[in-house]
Design a protein around this ligand. Structure first.
Ligand code: ADP
Ligand code: 5GP
Length: 202
């Protein structure tokens, strides 16, 4: 059995976490890849649920040990996807959902393109993104400005994704996401296809 991958990207504050949590009951069985990061936990974030929070040395040990399927430096911190749980979920035929940045999406495409679907999530405008980042009030002024600057670059990659979701209305955006997740589950690799054909030809 080989599962499928759904990569979700978009500027910080676009609503990715909110959408995944709202849509989760409509997606069926899936595994959410919990990333490892060197950034500080935000208020309310739980280690092992939102992220695995580690220091820089621990993260760099993980890089040397080959623990990451992909990793990137985003907003001056390391973020990475652990290979082992993803491989286990894929081996069980489960849909794996990633909330990763545009660099991570390119790396996953390079390695696992045939089972990957992707969606880029964004608020309707940069001004609305700024409003949400300030309302979330989890980051200081410098971090918010850094995220807004990065968003101007990130939006240029929207065309690399299979789908774009404009998150102006959370209910509609979550609905669109659940449709994309259910469709991405149906995307199978060539290996799976070969087995399917072999079993069919009896
Ligand atoms: P991300 O995971 O992409 O960084 P979040 O899910 O944390 O973004 O959302 C950022 C902020 O925007 C949160 O305070 C969230 O409640 C809010 N938010 C999400 N979607 C909407 C929406 N459609 N309209 C208004 N606010 C939203
Ligand atoms: P935040 O700090 O807002 O949680 O995340 C910042 C950015 O890092 C977001 O664009 C998010 O998608 C990305 N990110 C989170 N985890 C990973 C990961 O494991 N790999 C990569 N490449 N990006 C990640």
């Amino acid at each position: 059995m080989i599962g499928s991958i759904l990569v979700l990207s978009g500027p910080s504050g676009a609503g990715k976490s909110t959408i995944i949590s709202k849509a989760s009951k409509d997606i069926g069985d899936y595994y959410f890849s919990i990333s490892t990061t060197t950034r500080q936990p935000r208020k309310g974030e739980i280690d092992g649920k939102d992220y695995y929070f580690v220091d820089k040395n621990t993260f760099e040990d993980g890089i040397r040990a080959g623990d990451f399927l992909e990793f990137a430096e985003v907003h001056n911190n390391y973020y990475g996807t652990s290979l082992k749980p993803v491989r286990e979920a894929l081996d069980k035929g489960i849909l794996v959902i990633f909330d990763i940045d545009i660099q991570g999406h390119r790396l996953i495409r390079a390695k696992l393109n045939d089972i990957t679907t992707s969606a880029f999530i964004t608020p309707p405008t940069l001004t609305e993104l700024e409003r949400r980042l300030r309302l979330r009030s989890s980051d200081n002024e410098e971090i918010i400005n850094n995220r807004l600057e990065n968003a101007k670059t990130e939006i240029l990659s929207v065309g690399e994704y299979d789908f774009a979701i404009v998150n102006d209305n959370i209910k509609r955006a979550s609905y669109e996401f659940s449709i994309i997740a259910n469709v991405s589950r149906l995307k199978h690799s060539q290996v799976d296809e070969a087995t399917f054909i072999k079993n069919w030809l009896v």
